[in-house]
Design a binder for this molecule. Structure first.
Ligand SMILES: [Zn+2]
Length: 481
C-alpha cells in the first residue's frame, strides 16, 4: 500500500493527541468470499492471480477488466492491498452494526469507482459497496454521501435499482471530467428510481456555495429517506490546490460537510477517497477526525516527524484557496439543482417501509424485484452508463497529464512520492489500514440510542476505551492539546 497520505494523517492524529480519544483497530484482510459479495468471481480470481511478472500472459483479460492501464496498473501485492483496505471498511461497518461504535473511520477506504467486474480510476475493489452490503444486514436504509471531486459512479451503479440505499454524490461534472457520469438526471431505475441523487458542479466552487447546496440537499435527503446508517466518502481532491481536482474548498469548508453529517446523530462510517496534494489530504482528514471527536485542535501543527512535508505553512488550515479562481457555479444554477433534487425527493413520499430481509451474496438481493421492467431498465442504464464511463475515461486519459508519482493508491516500482521523499522520514513504508473508532457524542441523542443499542450515553464503555457522552475533555485527555 502506498501510505503517504495515511502515514501523514496518522502522525498528525497521534501528535494532536486525538488518538487518546479513540479506539484503534488493525482489522484483518477481507476474505475472497467477502469481496465476491459484490465483485464477480472471475474478476476477483484474476486480481488474485495477476502479477507484474505474469501480466503478459493475460493481455485478453487486462482489457476485459480494465487493468494494466495508466490509472489501474498491476503491481506486486495488488490483491493484498485490496483485501487490506476492504477488510478495514467491512470491519468498520460491523463495529457500527453491533453497536460497538457510533462512528467508525477508515481513511484507507473510499475507493468509489470500482465496478462489479472492472477496475477504474485507481480503484480495484469497491470497499464502500462491500461495507454498505454489511450495513444492510441490520439496517433498512443506508445513505451514501460522496464529497470527492469525482462522481461516485461505482457505488451508484451497484445500488442503482435499490430503494434501500440512497446515493448522493457532489462532484465536478461537465461531460468530460472523469468518470464522465453523474448528471442531474441520473436518478435511479426500477425500485431505485429517485434513490440516486447527483449534484453536478462546475470548477471553482467555494466554501459558501458548496455549503449552501450541500446542506440544502442533505437536509431534504435526510428528511425524505430517513436513513438508519450513513456512509460518508471524504475524497479530499475536492480541496483547493489539489493536483487533479478543480474545486476551491478550504480544509475547514471540506470538514464542515463532515460536521454537518455528524449533526444528524446517525451511526456513520467515514471513509477516505481521492486526494492528490498529500499534505492537504492529511490536514483535511486530521481536521475531520477532530470534528468527529468534537475536539478543538490548535491551528499550529504539533511537532511531528513529517514536518518537512508542511513547510509551505506548518498549520492545519493554510490558505489554500485560490482567490483568483472563478467560481463557475452561478447562484441561479445551484438553486435550479436544489429544486430538481427536491422534486425527485417528493416522489419518494416518505421513507420506504422495507421489510428486513437477509441480504444474499448477490447484490441483486438488495434491489427491488417486483418491477417487471427492472432488468430491462438495468441493462439499458448499465449499458448507457458503461458507454458514458468509457467515453469519460478516454477523455480523462488525454486530460490526465500527471506523473506517476502523483498517484497515491499503489506502490509499484516506478512509484515514489516526490513530496514524501523530501521529508525527514520516507513515508512510503508499508502501514496497515487502521480503523479509528472515535468515542463520539452520538449517544447523547435518543435517536442514536434507539438505532445503536450498544451506544448508551454516559460513562466509560465496555472496554474502557469508549467514553460515550463525552463532552470535549470528558475522555482521557492526558496528551490532548
Ligand atoms: Zn476523486
Amino acid at each position: 500500500m502506498k501510505p503517504a497520505r495515511l502515514a501523514l494523517t496518522h502522525e498528525l492524529v497521534v501528535q494532536y493527541g486525538l488518538s487518546n480519544k479513540m479506539k484503534f483497530m488493525s482489522p484483518r484482510e477481507a476474505f475472497d468470499s467477502e469481496v465476491k459479495k459484490f465483485h464477480s468471481e472471475d474478476y476477483v480470481d484474476f486480481l488474485r492471480r495477476v502479477t507484474p511478472d505474469n501480466v503478459t500472459n493475460y493481455s485478453k483479460f487486462l482489457s476485459k477488466f480494465n487493468l494494466g492501464v495508466e490509472d489501474c496498473p498491476i503491481f506486486d501485492g495488488l490483491y493484498d492491498f485490496c483485501r487490506m483496505y476492504s477488510g478495514a471498511s467491512i470491519e468498520a461497518a460491523r463495529q457500527l452494526m453491533t453497536g460497538q461504535a457510533d462512528i467508525a473511520i477508515n481513511w484507507s477506504g473510499g475507493l468509489h469507482h470500482a465496478k462489479k467486474f472492472e477496475a477504474s480510476g485507481f480503484c480495484y475493489v469497491n470497499d464502500i459497496v462491500l461495507a454498505i452490503l454489511e450495513l444492510l444486514q441490520t439496517n433498512q436504509r443506508v445513505l451514501y454521501v460522496d464529497i470527492d471531486v469525482h462522481h461516485g459512479d461505482g457505488v451508484q451503479e451497484a445500488f442503482y435499482h435499490s430503494d434501500r440505499v440512497m446515493t448522493v454524490s457532489f462532484h465536478r461534472y461537465d461531460g468530460t471530467f472523469f468518470p464522465g457520469t453523474g448528471a442531474l438526471d441520473e436518478n435511479g431505475g426500477g425500485n431505485g428510481k429517485f434513490y440516486s441523487i447527483n449534484v453536478p458542479l462546475h470548477e471553482g466552487i467555494d466554501d459558501s456555495s458548496y455549503q449552501s447546496i450541500f446542506q440544502s440537499v442533505i437536509e431534504k435527503v435526510m428528511d425524505s429517506f430517513q436513513p438508519e446508517a450513513i456512509v460518508l466518502q471524504c475524497g479530499a481532491d475536492s480541496l483547493a490546490s489539489d493536483r487533479l481536482g478543480s474545486f476551491n474548498l478550504s480544509v475547514k469548508g471540506h470538514g464542515d460537510c463532515v460536521d454537518y453529517m455528524k449533526s444528524f446523530r446517525i451511526p456513520m462510517l467515514v471513509l477516505g477517497g481521492g486526494g492528490y496534494t498529500i499534505r492537504n489530504v492529511a490536514r483535511a482528514w486530521t481536521y475531520e477526525t477532530s470534528r468527529l471527536l468534537s475536539v478543538d485542535v490548535p491551528n499550529q501543527l504539533p511537532p511531528n516527524v513529517y514536518l518537512n512535508q508542511f513547510l509551505d505553512e506548518p498549520v492545519l488550515h493554510p490558505n489554500i484557496v485560490d482567490a483568483n479562481l472563478e467560481n463557475r457555479n452561478s447562484p441561479g444554477e445551484l438553486r435550479k439543482i436544489e429544486q430538481t433534487v427536491a422534486e425527485y425527493l417528493r416522489y419518494l413520499q416518505g421513507a420506504p417501509s422495507v421489510q428486513m430481509q437477509h441480504v444474499p451474496g448477490d447484490i441483486g438481493g438488495v434491489r427491488g424485484d417486483d418491477d417487471p421492467h427492472a432488468d430491462r431498465d438495468e441493462d439499458r442504464n448499465t449499458d448507457k452508463r458503461h458507454s458514458d464511463i468509457s467515453i469519460g475515461r478516454k477523455r480523462k486519459d488525454k486530460e490526465r497529464n500527471v506523473d506517476a508519482d502523483e498517484r497515491d493508491y499503489y506502490d509499484g516500482d516506478r512509484d515514489h512520492d516526490r513530496d514524501a521523499d523530501q521529508g525527514r522520514r520516507r513515508v512510503n513504508q508499508r502501514i496497515d489500514p487502521v480503523i479509528m473508532l472515535p468515542s463520539t457524542p452520538l449517544a447523547t441523542n435518543s435517536v442514536a440510542d434507539a438505532v445503536s443499542p450498544g451506544a448508551k450515553g454516559g460513562g466509560v464503555g465496555r472496554d474502557g476505551v469508549f467514553a460515550h457522552n463525552n463532552a470535549p475533555g470528558a475522555a482521557s485527555n492526558k496528551d490532548g492539546k
